[in-house]
Write a protein that binds this ligand. Structure first.
Ligand code: ADP
Length: 331
């Protein structure tokens, strides 16, 4: 047992919020079982912040989280809650927590969830710890977020399949993947699946550059070409790029595939299960150690604590070097 300072926390509220991500269930299990191990109670709150406002509380015991480690989605359900964006909504949520004798909160979600958590913690001086659960991997201060590895593997699997048909018909495919503000899925999906180019929000690619990559790739292999496009890419997405290219290269057989919600579902990868397990246990240890308003992250294999204010600043960034790698390897 880890010797930690705080003894005042007894009942911890736990919720998942925002976009679901495979591996969230592993984090729910880890939070519940670690808390139980340390003699603390966990109350599951369903449908994210909406459940705090509606008093959707239910005590979670060890048996309630058995057999969920391998399931995608979240047994606690997720939701988006506009009321929590108001001071009044957060006050109502606070009153409900106090009434239910919940004295700390663990939230699993992305940057929106942590923005709300930070405000709530500050307004009510309430201990809140966050666990990064988002397929986008866009939180600063953690190398990986729960769900990213699984989503990336889903993308690679899909691109491999599309590549078979692309090659059979010598086609050029624009494949759009998730990532409203972050291009990590597109970038690393592109590297892992061997795409010609990736188009991401962080570092725009000019149309002239794209044309030269495509012309180069096609000239050399005359085989197939894949371009991965992040949905938040600034030039209007996969269909837009495809239209332009079709006009300029009438001899190319251009197709578009939007991968969509398939990227969120499925069995979490081993890496995501391990990450979820470590971060879940880390969240309980942090609360017992009097930490508040922090996200539990992982950096270079070690658990770290990152203030919410830092985690949500969207500073992770993509390095030009990584984009260059796509270009070099598709040469
Ligand atoms: P994610 O956590 O995946 O980024 P959202 O952006 O949808 O997902 O945020 C999830 C929830 O967090 C929202 O439905 C809302 O209840 C809360 N939230 C988001 N932004 C804010 C904000 N600026 N102030 C208060 N609560 C917020």
């Amino acid at each position: 047992m880890v010797e930690l300072g705080n003894t005042t926390i007894k009942r911890i509220g736990l919720l998942t919020s925002g976009g679901d991500a495979p591996g969230m269930n592993g984090a729910i299990r880890a939070v519940t079982r670690s808390a139980n191990y340390h003699g603390l109670e966990v109350v599951g709150i369903s449908h994210g912040y909406r459940g705090m406002i509606n008093k959707a509380f239910k005590t979670l015991e060890s048996k309630d989280v058995s057999n969920i480690l391998q399931q995608g989605g979240t047994i606690l359900k997720s939701a988006r809650c506009m009321e929590f964006k108001t001071i009044e909504g957060r006050k109502k949520a606070y009153d409900n927590l106090i009434e239910a004798k919940i004295d700390a909160l663990v939230v699993i979600g992305g940057d929106g969830t942590f923005t709300g958590a930070g405000l709530f913690a500050k307004e009510h001086n309430f201990p809140v710890v966050g666990i990064p659960g988002t397929i986008d991997n866009d939180l600063y201060g953690t190398d990986f977020t729960i769900g990213y590895d699984t989503a990336l593997n889903t993308i690679v699997d899909c691109v491999d399949k599309i590549k078979d048909t692309a090659t059979a018909h010598e086609r050029l495919f624009f494949i759009e993947v998730m990532g409203r503000d972050a291009g990590f899925l597109a970038l690393n999906g592109g590297i892992a699946a061997g795409s010609e180019a990736v188009l991401i929000p962080e570092i725009p690619t000019s149309y002239a550059d794209l044309k030269s990559y495509l012309a180069n790739g096609y000239r050399k292999s005359k085989n197939s070409s894949i371009v991965l496009v992040a949905e938040g890419e600034k030039e209007g997405g996969a269909f837009n790029w495809a239209k332009r290219v079709e006009k300029d290269f009438p001899d190319y057989d251009v197709r578009v595939t939007i991968l969509g919600h398939i990227q969120r579902g499925g069995t979490p990868s081993a890496s995501d299960r391990i990450l979820a397990s470590r971060l879940g246990a880390g969240a309980i240890e942090a609360l017992m150690d009097d930490q508040k308003s922090i996200m539990i992250g992982i950096e270079n294999g070690e658990i770290v604590h990152v203030p919410f204010t830092k985690a949500i600043k969207n500073q992770k960034g993509v390095k030009q070097q990584q984009l260059d790698l796509v270009k070099i390897l598709s040469n």
